[in-house]
Design a protein around this ligand. Structure first.
Ligand code: FES
Ligand SMILES: [Fe+2]
Length: 339
């Protein structure tokens, strides 16, 4: 499977991994076990016993260890076998791979590549997700499509005017010129939409339903597949500092070549106490992603089958510019890892 391995991917929302459960999820084609030690620190191990390959999540968590369900081998949080059922000596090679795992801002990030290269400081700062002066809503969706189709989707928002016309789309967004900031650590796509009608869900929640507003929408892509959209709105001619701002996270992790994990959230700095607004926004986003994006991407995946994106010989439109840069950057990362 062709994935960039030396990168931080979201393995789970931190609250998916409780103090007692053995959580598992397939990431970059490998089944990964996530659990918390007694001190609450989460760890990641390969979810496969080296004896007869039974998934460890079927076993039992005992303190800081996990016991295989089949013949009772016990593995510690570093993946080393620490006990055998009959007390026989521990055979050589009785260990499972452990992966660097970092809990940050309500997310668990995993590093599937060379552990020597795992640098925590490279994880993006999504501070608003845990800031109580912001209101946040979040979710998780599994999609049966290659993760790069999700990246294309978020980096080309011209689709919103067609696929999400009643919620996230607007004429302004479909036609706006995008300025691209291309830095080694990220790509940023900046869109400025002055004095226009804005997307229904965004406008309504900010008090701009059916009236003109100035709006900006800046998408930042952190290679290979973590993205955040900053969306702000002001009175026409207003100052950005006075705008109503939201950050939405779109964090995508490959499951297999043809499936992905999508962690999304929306954090806003206005009407923070309004829990009904949080519910409506959360529902609107979830519906857009689940009922509108997901089926289209899954059809897209089926239409592509096993053929690579470039071999499909797609045609290109102006709105593709950011997504194409991201694809070329991912290709370069893959080539570098495989060199
Ligand atoms: S398969 Fe795990 S102990 Fe035998
Ligand atoms: Fe969409």
């Amino acid at each position: 499977m062709k994935f960039v391995k030396n990168a931080w991917y979201v393995a789970a929302w931190a609250d998916e991994v409780g103090s007692d459960n053995l959580f598992y999820r397939t990431i970059l084609g490998d089944s990964i076990l996530l659990f918390r030690q007694e001190d609450g620190v989460a760890v990641a191990l390969r979810n496969r016993c080296p004896h007869r390959f039974v998934p460890l999540h079927l076993g039992k968590k005992i303190g800081n260890t996990v016991q295989c369900a089949y013949h009772g081998l016990v593995f510690n949080a570093q993946g080393k076998c620490s006990a055998t059922p009959c007390g026989e000596s521990i055979p050589r090679g009785a260990e499972v791979r452990s992966y660097p795992l970092v809990e940050k801002q309500k997310l668990l990030y995993i590093w599937m590549g060379d552990p020597e290269k795992a640098d925590e400081s490279k994880i993006p700062d999504f501070w608003y997700i845990e800031d109580d002066s912001w209101a946040s809503v979040k979710g998780y969706i599994r999609g049966e499509s290659n993760y790069q189709l999700m990246v294309d989707n978020i980096l080309d928002l011209t689709h919103t005017n067609y696929l999400h016309a009643d919620t996230l789309g607007s004429e302004a967004l479909a036609t706006v010129k995008t300025d691209i900031e291309d830095k080694p650590e990220h790509l940023r796509l900046k869109r400025w939409m002055p004095n226009q009608f804005q997307a229904p869900l965004s406008a309504a929640s900010r008090g701009f339903a059916h009236r003109l507003a100035d709006s900006w929408l800046d998408t930042t892509w952190y290679p290979p597949s973590n993205m955040v959209i900053e969306m702000g709105m002001t009175e026409p001619g207003g100052r950005r500092e006075d705008g109503k701002v939201a950050f939405s996270l779109h964090l995508v992790t490959p499951e297999t070549e043809t499936s992905n994990h999508y962690f999304w959230s929306m954090s806003r700095d206005y009407c923070v106490e309004d829990s009904e607004m949080t519910r409506v926004i959360g529902h609107g986003f979830e519906k857009a992603f689940t009922v509108e994006d997901k089926p289209v991407l899954e059809h897209q995946q089926r239409a592509m089958g096993e053929t690579s994106f470039w071999d499909m010989k797609p045609i290109f439109l102006a709105g593709d510019s950011g997504a194409l840069r991201a694809r070329r950057r991912i290709d370069a990362m893959l080539a570098e890892e495989q060199a």
